[in-house]
Design a protein around this ligand. Structure first.
Ligand code: 26Q
Length: 812
């Protein structure tokens, strides 16, 4: 089949789709219909290519990776697919005939926002790299009807609006009603011991829910592979009792429906914070069970025997949220395939691996034991058995050391600890940056590290550099093509060759021009959407990430207030005009996060009212920050704010997207920042604040924020100004939080890092005056960013953890 239709063939295929699905012709079609027709025609090409790829995977008997994640934050697909397939030009040419172009159709596609932030976006970036590198891979997640809420800001208050993405998004999905599985909840489990020593399991009064797969094709760049992401939707098993209905018993027919659909209605909108809700537990088991059944079925269909599973299948769990695939696989192997415990356990532990994404105690998943037993009785029995066997083993390793054993136990004091289960059953456990992986073995998993030395590894995160650089910053990509050729698109480490141009004045000027053009483009976009203005001649200083105390948007705001006070004292004060841009969603129940949004918005409004000051200082809170907005904003960013309290941000990935687009990082020695410093050198990144060890020491000795306040006149004025507040609203609650003389003051120690942050910021913006110097630093950041591509991360996972080989020997 021809995967590269020309413009005429593309035009023909769009026309056909319009006629068939909308009964319309290109001249009469709406933009929305044209977008859908394009998407459908791209899907046809992907479907064909996928079929060829799958045949080859099976022929070669290649091992597959199944990547399970409760979140996949995909964003839009049309642009990525067209660029990956190198078809954008042909489509544009065809669309010109119909009086439109791709850029305007891209805007018709809703974001698939099936995730909160970093963890979900990482899963999406990883699927891109797995495919581009020709690895056979399949992602599993849930087909939420509502993705992450849309954010409106009204008078500085965040309002959450449901995100209805399926109309418009579902063109990419293929329902597979031939691959439905059943998932059981609740009821009573009976064990019947038979004479041959086997145990037969029967269920009474349990609720059965159908899992219907909706498959999405995932394209890669310049490769043979097309992989798939399988999203499960919950459906009532008797979806409607037609018998009752036809007898006229309408309401009874409705009552019979158990309302299974609520299971995949909505994504939980909090990140780095868990909610021990029954519905969430049900979502997690639903994902784990349907996916595991699907994996086993596919394996048996190709190989016909279960014992080879670990040789042909690797299952990866993206944090602990899908960890119930561990007892679920045990259940299938023992109850359905009649394997004995040890054989089953051997298969499971050679198949599963686990990535941890946080050390924050409130994000480590635990479930109440009785809730768990009630909802998942069979899985509970299996967990008990895993735990008992583990504890025996731990006892042999550390006889008499109850404390240690209780720390590592899966079930203790009425709680089920998912991280412990994940470590015990995985052949490899990894963190997501060097620092984070070190903290894991030093603290949270210290006892496990003693017991299972070789199990722990690090794979530093990476980003889909084609999406975040090549496709969203075409001018910069064009400059790179001219300077170093196009090889970096396939092999991002060759970005390092760009360093040769560090002293080339023409290239440096071009870099400056491209950044300026991108700023103008963003300012225009912002003006079109909001009617407000931003000055492309000011420095674009960007902090984009979920709103969380540990990420310290508040520290950024305090520094802005210090600049504002200085300008109010002296309106003639000469400074580099600055625009501080924020994009952040707060979890709906997270009051402090919402207060910080309000502070930023009130500060923004008050400054905007001052015609003199706003020429030098502007604060912009961007509404509804999401993947598509990030793609527009990041190419225009000049300063990247990565200012979390050291030791708290596991990795961060926004930092990498900004770096590869030439922004300068101001950051603490946290997460991936540490490795960015190594890669780019200290003259090309601005590091400030306490390091993780100093944070720990200060915390243990007792953090007294008032001491920092008392020592620093500027800081005093800044904190005091919160009491009067901004734009008519007092923020004395935030002042109180920062200072709390006796109670626990701000655990993220904003005041401790304030002065060092303020000075670092000042000296960084001073450098901006020297254009050549700035552009050179920017170039060096781009040249050093290749290491932070997901292609590199995925190769490490494939080689060291999953033992995966790419498919060879088919044409592209
Ligand atoms: C768990 C249970 C119940 C409800 C919600 C959750 C939940 C949901 C999302 C817990 C955590 C998350 C998301 C965590 C996350 O995004 N972590 C980030 O992962 C990135 C990728 O590795 C890192 O770069 C970030 O440092 C880390 O914060």
């Amino acid at each position: 089949m021809n995967y590269k239709p020309n413009a005429r063939e593309v035009g023909e295929s769009i026309k056909q789709k319009l006629a068939r699905y909308f009964g319309t012709a290109p001249e009469e079609a709406t933009k929305d219909q044209l977008y859908k027709a394009c998407a459908m025609s791209v899907k046809d090409i992907l479907t064909q290519k996928r079929s060829d790829f799958r045949t080859q995977v099976n022929r070669e008997g290649k091992k597959r990776i199944y990547y399970m994640s409760i979140e996949f934050l995909l964003g839009r697909s049309l642009k990525t697919n067209l660029h990956n397939l190198e078809l954008a030009e042909a489509y544009n040419e065809a669309l010109a005939e119909y009086g439109t172009d791709l850029d305007s159709l891209y805007e018709c596609e809703p974001d698939a926002g099936l995730g909160n932030g970093g963890l979900g976006r990482l899963a999406a970036c990883f699927m891109d790299s797995l495919t581009s590198l020709d690895y056979p891979a399949c992602g599993f997640s849930l087909c939420y009807e509502y993705g992450l809420f849309k954010q409106r800001i009204i008078d500085g208050v965040q309002i959450e609006i449901p995100d209805v993405w399926l109309p418009g998004g579902e063109v990419w999905l293929v329902p597979r009603t031939d691959r439905i599985f059943k998932v059981r909840f609740g009821g009573t489990v009976r064990e019947n011991w038979r004479e041959d020593g086997r145990c037969e399991i029967t269920y009474e009064d349990c609720e059965e829910i159908e899992a219907v797969p909706y498959d999405m094709m995932i394209s890669g760049y310049d490769c043979a592979a097309v992989n798939q992401l399988r999203l499960w939707k919950a459906r009532d098993i008797h979806h409607f009792n037609m018998g009752l209905f036809t007898q006229g018993q309408y309401t009874k027919a409705l009552e019979k429906s158990t309302n299974a659909e609520i299971l995949t209605k909505s994504l939980y909108p909090s990140d780095n914070h868990i909610e021990g809700k029954l519905l969430r537990l049900s979502q997690q088991y639903f994902l784990a069970s349907a996916s595991t059944q699907s994996i086993v079925r596919d394996h048996m269909a190709v190989y016909g025997r279960i014992d080879t599973l670990p040789d042909k299948v690797s299952i990866h769990i993206n944090d602990t949220h899908p960890a119930l695939c561990i007892p679920e696989l045990m259940r299938i192997l023992i109850d359905d395939y009649t394997l004995d415990w040890d054989t089953a356990w051997d298969i499971v532990t050679r198949t599963v691996s686990y990535t941890n994404h946080t050390v924050m105690p409130e994000a480590l998943e635990t479930w109440q034991e009785d809730l768990f037993r009630f909802r998942l009785p069979r899985i509970y029995m299996i967990l008990k058995e895993i735990n008992e066997r583990f504890c025996k083993q731990a006892w042999e390793a550390f006889p008499g050391n109850w404390n240690r054993i209780s720390n590592m136990s899966i079930i203790s004091y009425g709680q089920i600890k998912m991280a412990n289960l994940s470590v015990i059953a995985s052949h490899t456990v990894n963190g997501v940056s060097k620092l984070h992986s070190q903290i894991l073995v030093d603290t949270v998993f210290k006892d496990f590290y003693h017991m299972y030395h070789n199990r722990f590894d690090n794979v530093t995160n990476g980003i889909a550099h084609r999406r975040w650089l090549c496709f969203s910053n075409p001018q910069l990509a064009g400059l790179l093509d001219e300077c170093i050729g196009t090889q970096y698109r396939k092999d991002p480490k060759t970005l390092s060759e760009f360093i040769k141009f560090a002293d080339d004045k023409t290239v440096l000027d071009r870099l400056g021009e491209i950044k300026y053009n991108n700023k103008v483009a963003f300012a225009n976009y912002y003006n079109r959407i909001t009617g407000r203005r931003i000055d492309p001649n000011s420095v674009f200083d960007v902090q984009i990430k979920r709103l969380h105390e540990y990420k310290r948007q508040l520290l950024n705001a305090l520094n802005i207030i210090s600049l504002y006070i200085r300008l109010k004292d002296n309106p003639n004060f000469q400074m580099q005009p600055m625009t501080f841009l924020f994009g952040a969603k707060a979890a709906p129940g997270y009051d402090m996060a919402k207060r910080i949004i309000k502070l930023i918005c009130c500060l923004s409004e008050e400054i905007e009212k001052d015609p003199v000051i706003r020429e030098k200082l502007r604060v912009v809170f961007l509404e509804d920050y999401n993947v598509s907005l990030a793609e527009k904003l990041i190419p225009s960013a000049e300063i990247s704010e990565q200012i979390s309290l050291a030791g708290k941000e596991a990795s961060g990935t926004g930092c990498m997207k900004l770096m590869i687009n030439g922004a300068m990082t101001i950051g603490t020695l946290d997460g991936a920042n540490v490795e960015m410093l190594d890669a780019v050198g200290e003259e090309n990144i601005s590091i400030f604040g306490l390091n993780a060890k100093e944070v720990e020491a200060l915390w243990l000795s007792g953090y007294r924020s008032v001491l920092f306040y008392g020592d620093n006149a500027i800081l005093r004025r800044v904190v005091d100004s919160l009491n009067i507040g901004f734009n008519g609203e007092s923020f004395s609650d935030i002042a109180g939080y920062l200072l709390a003389g006796y109670g626990i003051a701000d655990p993220y120690m904003c005041l401790a890092d304030f002065e060092s942050y303020r000075l670092a910021h000042l000296s960084l913006t001073e450098k901006y005056a020297d254009k050549d110097l700035w552009n050179k630093m920017s170039l060096k950041n781009i040249a050093a960013a290749g290491h932070f591509a997901a292609d590199r991360s995925i190769r490490e996972y494939a080689d060291r953890i999953w033992k995966l080989k790419p498919v060879d020997g088919i044409k592209k």
